[in-house]
Design a protein around this ligand. Structure first.
Ligand code: HEM
Ligand SMILES: *[C@@H]1O[C@H](CO)[C@@H](O)[C@H](O)[C@H]1NC(C)=O
Ligand SMILES: *[C@@H]1O[C@H](CO)[C@@H](O)[C@H](O)[C@H]1NC(C)=O
Ligand SMILES: *[C@@H]1O[C@H](CO)[C@@H](O)[C@H](O)[C@H]1NC(C)=O
Ligand SMILES: *[C@@H]1O[C@H](CO)[C@@H](O)[C@H](O)[C@H]1NC(C)=O
Ligand SMILES: *[C@@H]1O[C@H](CO)[C@@H](O)[C@H](O)[C@H]1NC(C)=O
Ligand SMILES: *[C@@H]1O[C@H](CO)[C@@H](O)[C@H](O)[C@H]1NC(C)=O
Ligand SMILES: CC(=O)N[C@H]1CO[C@H](CO)[C@@H](O)[C@@H]1O
Length: 324
């Protein structure tokens, strides 16, 4: 029955595609093979060139891609500038510390000289996130499907409403991911993105100084680690940054799960993964680098497909920071 149903769906989709009625569709491997054969190579070269002199770029791009996908789908709304009429996602509070927009502009400019109006900003971001993270391995560590098109709307209020907060508990995180079609496995695996990059004290200092409003510490946080964090974040208003995966925050590896098990996850949202005891087995498995990398690739493919516009939907922006 299931097979018959999917055959029916396939036939329907094909018929619609042939007649150009169906505007949506799936992402594909190497979408620009004919229209811009060097596209993926150009993205990788320019990304690697910038990453070689800017070691924080992998963290910036990985988080930027996540923020893009969780708000209106992966359609580059995160790259749009605010206009006279509307404040863009870029200028919402959760964007604090996103950088690298100039690098995206550089990649786009080089693609526009080779194949004008062909490669979407949403695809550039998905590829650049993968390539920046992969720079340390000198080869791509997950596959990125392409064919996304760009959206035309970006609203700061939607960033606030759609991005999970670092103060979230497990239930809230699970709901947030479910609302994007991602399951609990994706939640645990993608949280492993916190193996690179930094977090600002104000996103977790309540765990050090005032967890329940009584000047107390979060009992689920490793006390030795908490003592260290207090030397980095002096008080509740300190806005310094600390590495999320201490001593290895520029190394994309499985170490996030090692510290997580030691109750050294930085945010409440990290610690929350331990509150569902059913996830212990998965967390243990993910401490193995090969397992983490292959699972991360699969979950990134799902995240990278959230709400994508394909076919004739959306547009191919000429500049990533403004709509055409
Ligand atoms: C599960 C829900 C998540 C929450 C609540 C969350 C929250 C945060 C917060 C608060 C920061 C610190 C920002 C700052 O202080 O500048 C951060 C950083 C980061 N997040 Fe997440 N995040 C989540 C999931 C993800 C996912 C799915 C990815 C990518 C796969 C990701 C990748 C990153 C990276 C790479 C950084 C470091 C950014 C930098 O160094 O500038 N996060 N996250
Ligand atoms: C990308 O970089 C490689 C290695 O430096 C070089 O051989 C290749 O020609 C570059 N490709 C493009 C499209 O610039
Ligand atoms: C978008 O904003 C950035 C930062 O303010 C600026 O450098 C860039 O030129 C703007 N883009 C356009 C197309 O005006
Ligand atoms: C601002 O809003 C007005 C009226 O809704 C519209 O005509 C105009 O095109 C908008 N401008 C921009 C830059 O979005
Ligand atoms: C999780 O957080 C939400 C929103 O703050 C709250 O309504 C809910 O009661 C919390 N759940 C648990 C189990 O603490
Ligand atoms: C700790 O939290 C309580 C309750 O929210 C608040 O009244 C108190 O002022 C906070 N303490 C500090 C040092 O901010
Ligand atoms: C909190 O710590 C920061 C960094 O050490 C310091 O600059 C600031 O004055 C402190 N604020 C308060 C209220 O103690
Ligand atoms: C990179 C970037 O655009 N950051 C903005 C994030 O939002 C704040 C306002 O909340 C802006 O001041 C930043 O410029």
């Amino acid at each position: 029955m299931k097979a018959v149903l999917s055959l029916l769906i396939c036939v329907t989709v094909t018929v619609f595609a042939v007649f150009g009625v169906c505007q949506g569709g799936d992402l594909t491997k190497n979408f620009y093979k004919n229209s811009c054969p060097l596209a993926e190579e150009i993205v990788q070269n320019v990304t690697w060139m910038h990453t070689s002199t800017n070691p924080v770029l992998p963290a910036k791009f990985l988080r930027m891609h996540f923020h893009d996908c969780f708000v209106r789908g992966c359609e580059a709304s995160i790259l749009l500038n605010s206009t006279a009429n509307s404040t863009a996602e870029k200028d919402a509070i959760p964007n604090l510390s996103l950088t690298g927009f100039d690098v995206i502009d550089d990649i786009k400019a080089q693609l526009e000289t080779k194949c004008p109006g062909v490669v979407s900003c949403a695809d550039i971001l998905a590829l650049a996130a993968r390539d920046a993270v992969s720079f340390q391995f000198k080869k791509p560590i997950w596959e990125v499907l392409t064919g996304r098109r760009d959206g035309t709307v970006s609203l700061a209020s939607e960033a606030l409403a759609n991005l999970p907060s670092p103060f979230s508990n497990y239930t809230t995180l699970q709901q947030s991911f479910a609302s994007k079609g991602l399951n609990v496995q994706d939640l645990v695996v993608l949280s492993g993105g916190h193996t690179i990059g930094v977090g600002h004290c104000n996103f977790f200092s309540n765990r050090l100084y005032n967890f329940t409003g009584k000047g107390d510490q979060d009992p689920s946080l490793n006390p030795t680690y908490a003592a260290f964090l207090k030397t980095q974040c002096k008080n509740l208003t300190d806005t310094s940054t600390v590495e999320m995966d201490p001593h290895s925050s520029r190394n994309f590896d499985a170490h996030y799960y090692v510290i997580l098990k030691q109750h050294e996850g930085l945010f409440q949202s990290d610690a929350a993964l331990l509150t569902n005891t059913g996830l212990g087995k998965l967390i243990n498995q993910l401490t193995n680098q090969n397992t983490f990398f292959s699972e991360f690739g699969m979950s990134m493919e799902k995240m990278g497909a959230i709400g994508v516009r394909t076919g004739t939907l959306g547009e191919i922006r000429k500049k990533c920071s403004v709509i055409n």
